[in-house]
Design a protein around this ligand. Sequence first.
Ligand code: ZN
Ligand code: ZN
Length: 653
Amino acid sequence: MTPAPKASIDRSICVDCLTELLSQEDRRYRYPFIQCAACGPAFSTGWIDDGRADPSCPACRIEFETPGNRRHGFRWISCKDCGPVLRFVSEQGTETQEAALARAIEYLHEGRIVVIKASGGFHLAVDARNEEAVQKLRRRKRRPHKPFAVMARDLEWVERVAFVSSEDRAFLDRPERPILLLPGRSAEIAPSVAPGLSDVGLFLPSSGLQVLLLREGPPLQVMTSANFTREPTLREDAEALRMLGELADGVLLFDRAIVEHSDDSVFRSSSEGPIPIRRSRGFVPKTIELPFETPPLLAVGAQEKNTVCLAAGREAHLSQHIGDLESAEAFARFLDDIERLKARTGIEPVAVAHDLHPDYRSTRWALESGLPTIGVQHHHAHAGAVLLENGAQAAIAVLFDGTGLGEDGRLWGGEFFSASYESYRRLGHLRPLALAGGGAAIRNPWRLALAAAIDAGVPEEVLPKPPERAFAALAARLQRGDSFPTSTGAGRWFDAVAAMLGVRQQVSYDGQAAAELESVATTAPVDAYPFEIRAGSPFEIDLRATIRALAADVASRTPASIAAARFHETLARAIEAGCHLARAKTGLGDVVLGGGCFQNRLLLSRTRERLEASGFRVLCAREVPPNDGGIALGQVAVAAARLRSRATLATEA
Ligand SMILES: [Zn+2]
Ligand SMILES: [Zn+2]
């Protein structure tokens, strides 16, 4: 019997293999695809369903057959004689093996852009210390601001450019090799790597190939998913080669198929432990335990940061990061991943859970699937995911994000619920903000600043002048009381405040204004702005007094670092006040914090501190992101609970 690999997950190169890789006497010295039974990309290269024969080369064959050998019985081992061939393609033609590696390294040193194949996708790499080169990558990729991740040669290099705790060090070194967003500390990283942000995303090499590239090439390299904006990870060599010229100066490939695409996983360092941002490579396909039995279920997730989830019995299988379903490529991957997940788990769903938003492509697919459907409100799903990860049954849930559709057909996102898996009650919410200009308001925070200012009775002259002439006309429409769709989304209030403070007027990626607002905020203690709570069912956190006080700070030229921090402090206190009301109404003492806004380290830590001081127990996302990447898991939890209670009712009847 051939022992199965330890687990079918991707694991970074182990210490033993690393030692061999770097020792001249070893027969796998400088062999980029070195691995053993304890390490390697088991998931993305599809070892589990690979019916390949035993190793063919004599030397590997001996290792395979020798009991006690680290590679005994492990069919996926290889060496220079029998493994994949490394190939570098550029305008100079094609080079192979050591020559290919040497040329790729030379290109990186020269500030050129290189596509590098990894086990689950392709990276675009460039020297992260070369500002000109990073700017060139931004131009070619048409990605003006969204931060790039940086692979560092080793922990010493991470420490040179970021503030790292001992927990952070251990986390970076995990076999999943996650990207960790850390507070930056040096000018050594080119400014264009993460413009406007205080954090930089850093991670360590995962494979033998990456170890060699980082040891002999630049010690800090941008490694960003090689796709055009909004598309998920590439899978085919042919697609990568099409990037030559247009995007990249060279392509480093090898002849081993990518069976499962997987992006790098992303977490954010915080004093309370890493905050999950994207759960993908290394974490998928680990199963997640459900608190109760479920019939076979599929959940199709949200529109952006989409993931899907299959569940049966007490196990949930959350897919890798799929992407933004607006892009045709991501939607194709969505369809493909559902089939793949079914094949891998053997689960044939009897029902499908989906978001209530009729325009999400995932929702439309679910409604046309022919399966019985279960609609799950967006923020209820957020709450369900966090409840599940913490093994809780019911809690007050504070759900702050950009936007999700509510049961009343309006856009929600600054919500206070009492929530269990099966149901929820909307106890309160932030004051709705007019989306002045509809979709244009999402891309132009200055429009939200204007709406917030006029709503609060602040003269628009206080606002920094936006880059568009539409300002006066829009101000007139708002003054006149023209109706616009509204949203209670906390993310929209972050946008409005970022624009009021002149931090960010227009955005090029989701969450940009909020991320930059957090980045300018001081972490020193500050006073909160005033706010009011308007009683009712649901209650409303009225932020008009906040906006007036903030406008006064703007008028008196208070530094943005202070005003931004005061806004964060205000939200933390508003959450605390809302939770007091919720506790009085429900008797619940646990508080779930969910939604993308809780990726904000400052908001999360201030909120947690206030709540804990008031005797609440705070439950946060642990491994599944609080953002829309966790929606599919939450949908499974809610739908399973509903099916269970229906079954109970049926039995009782
Ligand atoms: Zn190994
Ligand atoms: Zn071999």
